[in-house]
Design a protein around this ligand. Structure first.
Ligand SMILES: [Zn+2]
Ligand SMILES: [Zn+2]
Length: 256
């Protein structure tokens, strides 16, 4: 079991050093981990919730220190969780060019200016039509898949986080087709179990649709503290197996 989605305190909303995440992974019996902290974005975008560009080198160093300290005991890889937000593609490309990353997740955290997964702005759901909201969200996921910037889409059905469930699985089909066409994977993200929705992203019905399209999954706890590493992975692996899903991880941006 390999946990390919976790953060560091550089994003300003996580705790624990990379060494502590690595130790937690060893304790949980994992074979490896990939750090995927929230990547630097343009100054105007979501700045309080991610590392600044000037911290990118420190991030790389921190992970390299953990790699050395755990060599031979734990496979530690270095990635990023990027955001897909129209207009930022070129900036993202420049950040990605700065290092040979192992794995890059593409996540959508904003619909326009609305950070829809931020509990502070949950009231905005009452102003929205759920079908329209999911349509808008999946349009962005489709563009993210077509951008060629990312290896996977993060927590695919994220707008359900607070319980606003997707009215119809077919709203995701175009995005799933785009993910399959791009040869990408999907983040199978167990953080949903720690949120009001109490299930993984994506839901079982979307996993089955992904399996039909030959899309593999990458296991991720989305840990923002060391004790969340490998969260609910034994169950997640069982669930994915039952649904016939293939599980992969990424090294050097290639599926392994
Ligand atoms: Zn985060
Ligand atoms: Zn994350």
């Amino acid at each position: 079991m390999f946990d390919s989605h976790m953060h560091t305190p550089l994003c300003k909303h996580a705790s624990g050093t990379p060494m502590e995440y690595a130790q937690a992974a060893l304790d949980a019996g994992l074979t490896g981990i990939t750090f995927t902290d929230h990547m630097p974005m343009p100054e105007w975008y979501d700045a309080p919730w991610r590392m600044h560009l000037s911290e990118l080198d420190r991030y790389i160093e921190w992970v390299q220190e953990a790699q050395q300290a755990f060599e031979g005991r734990l496979d530690i890889r270095l990635g990023l969780e990027g955001d897909y937000h129209p207009g930022t593609e070129r900036y993202v490309e420049k950040v990605l060019d700065r290092h040979p990353w192992d794995y890059v997740i593409g996540s959508i955290h904003y619909l326009g200016a609305w950070g829809f997964d931020n509990p502070e702005f949950i009231a905005e759901y009452d102003n929205r039509d759920l079908t329209g909201l999911y349509q808008q969200y999946y349009q962005l996921a489709t563009q993210a898949a077509k951008s060629g910037l990312f290896d996977s889409i993060g927590h695919l059905d994220l707008p359900k986080k607070f319980g606003h469930l997707q009215p119809d699985p077919s709203l995701a089909f175009e995005a799933l087709d785009a993910v399959a066409a791009a040869g990408m994977a999907l983040d199978y993200n167990t953080a949903g179990y720690r949120k009001p929705v109490k299930e993984a992203y994506p839901s079982n019905s979307l996993v089955l649709e992904a399996v039909k399209r030959g899309i593999p999954f990458v296991l991720g706890s989305d840990a923002h503290k060391p004790e969340e590493v490998g969260h609910r992975f034994a169950e997640a692996v069982q669930d994915l197996e039952k649904m016939g899903a293939k599980v992969v991880s990424f090294r050097g941006r290639q599926q392994v």
